[in-house]
Write a protein that binds this ligand. Structure first.
Ligand SMILES: C[S@@+](CC[C@H](N)C(=O)[O-])C[C@H]1O[C@@H](n2cnc3c(N)ncnc32)[C@H](O)[C@@H]1O
Length: 436
C-alpha cells in the first residue's frame, strides 16, 4: 500500500523551515493543509492575466521549498501561464517552461521578464498622451480581419482595440512591449461578447448583448496599473541572477534540454482532453487573433494538446487501474473509452523525455484532478503513479487539496488508496515521484 498523506508530516515541516540556501528571501506562510482557501493568489506577476486551471502559486512555492535545492533547474513541461516558473525565480531557481499553446508561452515569458520599471512607467505616459490626442482627432485604424470578428466584438470595441493595438506598436519600445500587450490581451477578453466567468467561447445572450457597452480604454489602463504593481513586487522579490527559458513545444517530442540537467519538475498537466475538459485553445483564440497569430494556429491548439485526436501511439501502457476503468467505460461507451485512453497514452509519451532530462533522485510533482466520464470516476493520480513507475519512477507521497471555491467537507478515503478522495469538482491531488 502506498503512503498517502493529507497534510504535512514532521520531516516536511522541518524541510519547509530550512532556507533554500537562500537566495530567495520571499517568505512562505506556515500552513498545515494544502488548500490555501483564503490565500492571495494574485501577488507578483501572477496578477497579469487569467488562464484556465492555473496552479495556485502557494502550492508551487511549497513544492519548490520541499523538493527543490537552490541552484537547481526546475522544469514545467505543461507550464501554461507560468505559475511555477515565476515561483522558481522567487525561490532562486533557474527554470524551463514548455507549452504548445503560443498564448501560454507569451504569458509565461512576460511573467518571468524583468521589465525595466522606469521605462514601463515613462512609456505608459507617452502612450496615454498619444491615445488622447488621437481620440480627440477621431483617428481611426482598420480592425484586423480574422474569422468571426463581428460575432465576438461589437463595432465600437473593434475600433477601440484596433487603435490601442496600433498605438502600442507605434509608441512602445520592443523591450517592454510585451508588458503592454499582456494588458491589451486582458482587455481583448474583457471587451469581447463572450459570457463572463466562462473559459470556453460562449456568446452573451442577445438581451445582455444589447445593453453591453465595452470599455476598452478604461479597462486597459486598469490592467496596466494593476500589472505595474505586480511587476514592482516581482522585481523586489525575485532573485536577479535567475533565468527562465520558455519554449513553444510539444512535451511528447524531444525537448531542448540536456540529459540529467533538471533537479525538479513542478507541473499541472491537463485534466483530460481539451474537448471535454478545459479548452485552453478556445480560451486563447480571441487574444491570439488580436495579437496577430493566424486563425489556423489559434484554432488548432485543442486538437494538438494531449488527448486532442485519435492516433496510433508508440507507448504501451502498464497501468492496471487504467485498464480496469477502461473496461467499465468501454462496456457501454467504447468510443468514449478510446478517447479517454488516448489522453493517458499521450501523457505516457511525455515520460521518456521527462525521465531523460531529470537527474537521478530528482523529483517530479504533478498536480492532477480526478474527473468523471460517463459516471465513472477516473483516478488520474493512481494512473499517473502506475505509468510513471513503469518508466522507473518511485512514488513518494500524494498530498490532497480542496479546491477552495468549490469547498465541500473532506471525505477521508475509506481504502486509503490514491484516487479514492472526493470527486472531480472538489479536490486536486499532488503526486510526488522520485527518479530511481
Ligand atoms: C493545467 S494547464 C497548466 C496551467 C499552469 N500550471 C498555470 O498555472 O498557468 C495545462 C497546460 O498544458 C498544455 N498542454 C497540453 N498538451 C500539451 C503538450 N502535448 N505539450 C505541451 N503542453 C501541453 C496546455 O496548453 C495547458 O497550457
Amino acid at each position: 500500500m502506498k503512503p498517502v498523506r493529507a497534510t504535512t508530516n514532521t520531516t516536511d515541516r522541518v524541510r519547509e523551515q530550512l532556507p533554500l540556501a537562500l537566495c530567495g528571501t520571499y517568505a512562505i506562510p506556515d500552513n498545515t493543509d494544502w488548500d490555501y482557501a483564503t490565500a492571495d493568489t494574485k501577488t507578483h506577476t501572477h496578477c497579469y492575466h487569467l488562464y484556465p486551471a492555473m496552479m495556485i502559486p502557494q502550492v508551487a512555492r511549497r513544492l519548490i521549498r520541499l523538493y527543490g535545492n537552490a541552484g537547481e533547474l526546475l522544469l514545467d513541461p505543461f507550464c501554461g501561464s507560468g505559475t511555477s516558473l515565476v515561483e522558481a525565480r522567487l525561490a532562486g531557481l533557474d527554470a524551463i517552461g514548455i507549452d504548445l499553446n503560443p498564448f501560454a508561452v507569451f504569458l509565461a515569458r512576460a511573467k518571468v521578464t524583468d521589465f525595466e520599471l522606469d521605462q514601463v512607467v515613462a512609456e505608459a505616459k507617452v502612450l496615454r498622451a498619444r491615445l488622447e490626442e488621437w481620440l480627440k482627432s477621431a483617428r481611426r485604424v482598420p480592425p484586423p480581419n480574422f474569422y468571426n470578428i463581428d460575432y465576438w466584438f461589437k463595432p465600437e470595441a473593434q475600433e477601440d482595440l484596433a487603435l490601442l493595438r496600433y498605438a502600442i506598436d507605434q509608441c512602445i519600445s520592443e523591450d517592454v512591449r510585451d508588458f503592454f500587450l499582456v494588458a491589451f490581451a486582458a482587455t481583448v477578453r474583457a471587451s469581447s461578447n463572450t459570457r463572463r466567468g466562462e473559459y470556453k467561447l460562449f456568446r452573451m445572450p442577445e438581451s445582455a448583448l444589447a445593453a453591453y457597452r465595452p470599455q476598452v480604454f478604461p479597462t486597459f489602463w486598469e490592467k496596466v496599473e494593476r500589472n505595474v504593481r505586480g511587476l514592482c513586487e516581482f522585481l523586489a522579490d525575485r532573485v536577479p541572477r535567475t533565468t527562465v527559458s520558455v519554449y513553444e513545444a510539444d512535451s511528447r517530442h524531444p525537448l531542448p534540454i540536456a540529459s540529467e540537467s533538471v533537479g525538479l519538475i513542478v507541473t499541472s498537466p491537463p485534466y483530460g482532453d481539451s474537448q471535454t475538459t478545459v479548452a485552453y485553445g478556445q480560451f486563447s483564440r480571441l487574444m491570439l487573433q488580436w495579437l496577430g497569430f493566424p486563425d489556423e494556429v489559434a484554432k488548432s491548439i485543442d486538437r494538438r494538446a494531449l488527448g486532442g485526436q485519435s492516433r496510433s501511439t508508440q507507448v504501451q501502457l502498464d497501468a492496471p487501474t487504467l485498464e480496469s476503468v477502461m473496461e467499465t467505460i468501454a462496456h457501454q461507451h467504447p468510443r468514449r473509452a478510446a478517447q479517454v485512453y488516448q489522453f493517458y497514452a499521450d501523457f505516457a509519451e511525455c515520460l521518456p523525455e521527462l525521465t531523460r532530462v531529470v537527474k537521478p533522485l530528482g523529483y517530479a510533482c504533478f498536480v492532477v484532478g480526478n474527473r468523471t466520464v460517463k459516471g465513472v470516476r477516473i483516478p488520474t493520480d493512481q494512473i499517473l503513479i502506475e505509468i510513471a513507475e513503469s518508466f522507473g519512477w518511485r512514488h513518494i507521497t500524494t498530498y490532497h487539496r480542496r479546491i477552495p471555491n468549490k469547498r465541500m467537507p473532506l471525505r477521508n478515503s475509506p481504502s486509503n488508496r490514491p484516487g479514492d478522495w472526493g470527486d472531480t469538482m472538489t479536490h486536486e491531488h499532488i503526486v510526488i515521484l522520485q527518479k530511481r
